[in-house]
Design a protein around this ligand. Structure first.
Ligand code: BDP
Length: 723
């Protein structure tokens, strides 16, 4: 009897819990943040009053896409279909379009002069005595962006009765770079194979391509580079260009242009020429003809992305020409069609024995002013290589005459692959808000890349995509947030990463405050946790050789010195860190004088960058009063504790969302905790073997011996095997 009562009590409690919380759907993450699941009944009733009919054109493919999205979104969120209308017949119409395409909108006389074609206004208006909402774009694409914004307001539970929003992107080119090979593999891909089914293209246009375009358009992304920067030249053959054209057709209604990574030596490989010298007339003619062919097939083709003279890729230096010679030659071929070149500055040479951190600056700074008008230099956020933390790249403050484009890595090559929960918003924000001091205080990286600091017409931000054929696109639910935050910051690089995280959580999971707040807090702390358990205090590149999975600070096996962890941390009996001050490599001198002076002085260098700029004695007194050795151990330990805390937070959130996603996140957090512990223990074991110091009191020794960590091997690490 007692047992029966207890079972009944548990059953009633469970039922009550379930009823109080959001309904739990079976979900697999495919819908991303475009989940148009029914709002709470109260909210839906409120919104319905403002969404009684939809007035929207359906002449152009973009208008049709916009109408479809609004119908899909509103019927999903509000639980009823919205009638289409030509005129305002009642209160609560939603009117969507442009002043050029809709006489009704033209009559509203809204202030849309400064919108630009991608901008939009969302405003509550009165039409023939009826309250209505107008979503007005500078072009069809602007209206599409505005419609996604309107849906976002509903999805995130915001009021829609006093709207007067004016939005325009601050950055012109908002581009995803796919590192996808034509064989379906992805360099640094942790979410399965490539979503581009090249073999079946151009005939089979998978529905997923449209969903990809919808997701990108919803956050303002307007370009996609389809193939890897280290791929071959095959993409430029006619057969493949036809496949590319099919994808361009699918993306066009969503305002997304396609771009291609091109191999500098393509004229030799597929053109039958003997040289790829950028000043050779035949080579120039070959590229011009290739550009003509591309634009025949794809009239709005975006342009080329190039990795040249970098990590073994061919480039103009093979012919003793400069990067400017190479970039300008391609730019000239594209210019008649309006195309652009995104030329990467990720260039360093194994032959150059100087500090790798300095090499891109030394290569490109002297070329400032030599690039043609349709060239952007695409520069990684930091001088080394997408590490968990680096100072901003000094080129951002050093090339006023050249548009510099940001390149962020969205795929978590150095940050725990698919499983670790690391929200990259704070990393992006930290870089974008860094002050280069190029034109005095306030010359932030954001202002450099949006073109406003120097008045450049071209501006751009690229993100190396984390998208694959996994059902949830990104390998984990939380990795979707990194795609999302990239797009939102490319639209406006001054947005707060916390606000973006909150939007994303609400759209992706639930508006339940009891869930939103702790999850946003957890996301915001997650990047710092990863820095702590991987590479605290300015350390970097301690990852396993080549594949970059797990800790290997001891590693010196790579063929090239500057691919080895030991090159970067330089730990010895006296201390640890890379001396980039004026007594060392003097990389500090590449920053504006005020910043250089700060970084040059150990005492003034922010501790988060300390070991990036200085070789510091183990017993050096940190700001806490503790020694560097103590702080290093404390940071590693803190990282693990933070992940434990993330797990605890998540464990209290069971029942707020669907079981499928809840359980996967829970399991991935368990993996993360295990691997954070491994990172901590392996690094402490190794650095202790060098420092010779005892562990500070109260800190647990590594669980296993250094020998054990060094003995681990990882065959078939994802994202690496094919090249
Ligand atoms: C490095 C990656 C490598 C890329 C390279 C790049 O490990 O796979 O090819 O960046 O950006 O971080 O070119």
């Amino acid at each position: 009897m007692k047992t029966c009562l207890r079972i009944l009590a548990v059953f009633t409690l469970t039922l009550a819990t379930l009823l109080c919380m959001a309904p739990a759907h079976a979900e697999d993450g495919y819908e991303l943040w475009l989940r148009y699941h029914p709002l709470t009944p109260g909210q839906a009733v409120l919104y319905r009053g403002h969404t009684a009919e939809l007035i929207i054109g359906s002449t152009t493919p973009t208008q049709i896409a916009t109408r479809n999205e609004l119908q899909r979104g509103l019927s999903g969120l509000l639980g009823q279909d919205l009638p289409l209308s030509e005129t305002v017949t009642r209160d609560g119409a939603i009117i969507v379009g442009t002043a050029a395409s809709s006489p009704l909108i033209a009559k509203l006389r809204l202030d849309i002069q400064s919108l630009g074609s991608d901008g939009y206004v969302i405003r509550n208006v009165i039409v023939d005595g009826h309250p209505a909402t107008a979503i007005v774009g500078g072009s069809d694409i602007g209206a599409l962006y505005g419609s996604f914004h309107f849906l976002r307001l509903l999805q995130t539970g915001q009021a829609i009765d006093h709207l007067d929003l004016h939005e325009s992107p601050r950055i012109k080119l908002r581009v995803l770079d796919h590192w996808d090979y034509l064989n379906g593999q992805i360099e640094r891909g942790y979410a399965g194979a490539s979503i581009w089914d090249w073999w079946k293209l151009p005939d089979w246009r998978a529905p997923r391509y449209t969903d990809y375009a919808r997701a990108n358009a919803s956050i303002g992304i307007n370009g996609t580079v389809l193939n890897d920067v280290t791929g071959g030249a095959t993409i430029l053959t006619t057969t493949y260009l036809q496949k590319v054209a099919a994808l361009a057709d699918v993306f066009r209604p969503y305002g997304i242009r396609v771009y291609l990574s091109v191999r500098f030596s393509a004229p030799i490989e597929i053109g039958g020429l003997k040289t790829a010298d950028p000043l050779d007339p035949q080579v120039r003619a070959w590229w011009r003809a290739k550009a003509d062919e591309i634009y025949q097939l794809i009239p709005d083709f975006g342009g080329f992305l190039v990795k040249a003279d970098s990590e073994g890729q061919p480039g103009p230096q093979d012919y003793k020409r400069t990067h400017a010679d190479g970039a300008n030659m391609l730019a000239d071929a594209l210019a008649p069609h309006g195309g652009i070149v995104m030329w990467r500055t990720f260039v360093y040479s194994q032959a150059n024995k100087d500090d790798r951190a300095k090499q891109a600056y030394e290569e490109f700074k002297p070329l400032d002013g030599q690039f043609h008008a349709n060239v952007l230099l695409q520069t990684k956020n930091g001088p080394i290589d997408f590490q968990p933390r680096e100072p901003f790249h000094p080129l951002f403050g050093a090339m006023p005459k050249t548009p510099l484009m940001m390149e962020f890595e969205i795929t978590k090559e150095y940050l725990g692959f698919a499983t670790h929960l690391v929200y990259l918003g704070p990393l992006y924000e930290e870089v974008l808000s860094s002050d280069t001091m190029e034109r005095g205080m306030g010359s932030t990286v954001a202002k450099v890349i949006d073109g406003s600091l120097e008045g450049h017409a071209l501006s751009g931000m690229a993100g190396d995509a984390n998208i694959g054929a996994d059902r949830n696109w990104c390998g984990s639910d939380f990795n979707q947030a990194n795609w999302y935050v990239f797009g939102r910051l490319a639209w406006n690089p001054t947005l707060s990463s916390r606000a973006i995280a909150e939007e994303w959580v609400r759209m992706t999971f639930t508006n339940n405050e009891a869930f939103v707040k702790p999850v946003v807090d957890m996301m915001m702390g997650s990047r710092e946790a990863a820095v702590d358990y991987m590479t605290p205090l300015g350390l970097l590149h301690l990852m396993g050789p080549g594949h970059h999975y797990g800790p290997a600070p001891w590693d010196a096996s790579e063929s090239e010195a500057d691919w080895r962890p030991v090159y970067y941390h330089r730990a010895d009996r006296q201390g640890i860190g890379f001396d980039r001050s004026s007594t060392g490599s003097n990389a500090v001198a590449q920053y504006a004088p005020a910043i250089a002076a700060q970084f040059n002085d150990m005492a003034q260098t922010p501790e988060r960058f300390l070991l990036y700029f200085h070789h510091v004695p183990w017993d050096y007194r940190m700001r806490s009063g503790q020694t560097l050795w103590y702080e290093l151990v404390a940071h590693y330990t803190q990282g693990v504790d933070d992940v434990k805390q993330m797990r605890a937070t998540w464990s209290h959130l069971h029942g707020y969302i669907d079981e499928e996603r809840y359980q996967q996140v829970a399991t991935f957090l368990a993996i993360q905790e295990k691997e954070a512990q491994w990172w901590r223990d392996a690094c402490i074991a190794y650095f202790q073997s060098i420092s010779g110091r005892p562990l500070p009191p109260g800190y647990a020794p590594p669980q296993r011996s250094l020998k054990y960590y060094e003995s681990l091997t990882f065959p078939y690490v994802p994202g690496y095997s094919s090249w």
